[in-house]
Design a protein around this ligand. Structure first.
Ligand code: ZN
Length: 430
């Protein structure tokens, strides 16, 4: 009997210990932790705050200051915080472990002096639940222009330089490759060449990442492979009220783009067409205001030469919001005085299609295609209707021959030229 009672005591003690353990464990007065690692903080001081309420805890991270970056990030975080507060209204007093938790981190990334990439990662744990939900929001901000850069903007020449270093909600374009962001992990640095070999559905299936067809096409077509052949087609004397848009549409159809050296007086007449050219990923550059021979003009007045360029630059800037970087003097005529009148690079050509003279696609096409090589700059004119079918055939053939048909600025940059110091270009291989 005695031994039997002893066993009871042992059991009772064991049971009590277990109950006590369970009790104390459940009573642990800690808020469930959310772990979130931060990566880089290259822009703006952080502003951390903790708000504890009956039903929730908020660890919010924002940016200090009044910059566009801080404003955009803080507005977004405030919105998320308010949403979170609303969803936890009327829940009464909860034990700490049951409380809902909000935590966000802000990662900023300096793309260049003007562009700041931001990623805001938010973790939310709902009341009574253990699992956390993660969302990622990315912004790209132009601190000079004081605006958010849309995905559409990123593919314009203005932002081209930084294209490979921008954040989106689902991927980050960097200099060496792309990071794909999934809900709970990131696929790092898929190289551009590897990316090009995949087709879209493969990537989508493998990584379950969301991007519209349009964005994908733009993303891929803007990636220039420095090891592949490339060529720059240039169009002078426009914009033309009918022909220019047709040429832009042809370039678009083949995922190509060109450089349009426009006359200021025509931009003034047809600003919408200049916008159309630019909005389709082409480069708009300066020809002059009304097509004088600048060499001759320089003998009477250097100011008149300068005015031809600055007036045209101004109207292009007014029309598309971007300063053109290149000048092609009419007739290719320049001298040292002309060169000293402005600071933009002078772009000539090494393949003359003579389209203005022959007005015949059967002469224009072989003239270009029989001599074209990697790095060439081809001269055409978008004011002649007879040039349109020639452009279609040239671009089609170039694409079939694996040429990347890109803008002059893109080509010279990929080829490694310092645009500020090399002033006159005939091609991308001089
Ligand atoms: Zn011209």
């Amino acid at each position: 009997m005695k031994g039997f009672k002893f066993l009871y005591v042992i059991w009772a003690v064991a049971l009590l210990t277990l109950v006590a353990l369970v009790f104390f464990r459940f009573n642990e007065d800690k808020v469930a932790a959310i772990n979130l690692e931060t990566t880089s903080k290259e822009f703006g001081a952080l502003d951390d705050s903790t708000i504890e309420e009956d039903a929730y805890v908020i660890y919010a991270q924002k940016l200090q200051g009044e910059s566009i970056v801080a404003k955009t990030v803080n507005e977004y975080v405030n919105g998320k915080v308010n949403e979170f507060k609303d969803s936890n209204k009327g829940k009464g007093e909860l034990k700490n472990k049951d409380k809902a938790v909000f935590k966000n981190v802000v990662d900023t990334y300096k793309v260049n002096d003007n562009i700041i990439g931001v990623r805001v990662t938010t973790m939310i744990k709902k009341a009574y639940e253990d699992t956390q939900n993660k969302t990622v929001k990315a912004f790209n901000l132009d601190v000079n222009a004081n605006k958010e850069i849309s995905l559409e903007d990123m593919f314009k020449s203005e932002y081209k330089d930084s294209l490979k270093d921008v954040y989106t909600d689902t991927y980050v374009l960097k200099k060496t490759g792309v990071d794909f962001i999934k809900e709970d992990y990131t696929v790092n640095n898929v190289e551009y060449n590897a990316l090009k070999e995949y087709n879209k559905s493969k990537i989508l299936t493998a990584m379950n990442f969301k991007i519209s067809d349009d964005d994908y096409t733009k993303m891929i077509s803007k990636i220039i492979d420095p090891n592949k052949k490339m060529v720059a087609i240039t169009f002078d004397d426009g914009p033309h009220k009918v022909n220019t848009e047709q040429i832009v549409d042809i370039l678009d159809k083949y995922g190509a783009r060109g450089t349009f050296f426009e006359l200021g007086q025509n931009v003034k007449l047809y600003p919408d067409i200049t916008k159309y050219v630019y909005d389709h990923g082409n480069e708009v550059a300066i020809h002059s205001w009304d097509h004088p021979n600048l060499s001759s003009l320089s003998k009477t007045s250097i100011d008149a030469v300068r005015k031809q360029i600055t007036d045209t630059s101004d109207i292009i800037y007014e029309t598309i919001g971007v300063r053109p970087k290149l000048v092609r003097p009419p007739y290719g005529a320049y001298n040292s005085t002309v060169k000293s009148a402005f600071s933009e690079s002078i772009i000539l050509w090494n393949i003359d299609s003579l389209d203005w003279k022959s007005r015949d696609e059967n002469q224009i096409v072989p003239l270009v295609m029989n001599s074209v090589q990697d790095g060439d700059i081809i001269l055409l004119h978008d004011i002649h209707a007879t040039t349109i079918p020639a452009v279609e055939r040239i671009v089609k053939q170039l694409t079939e021959e694996d040429y990347q048909v890109i803008t002059v600025s893109e080509m010279l940059e990929v080829k490694g030229y310092d645009m500020a110091n090399t002033r006159v270009f005939f091609s991308g291989r001089q």
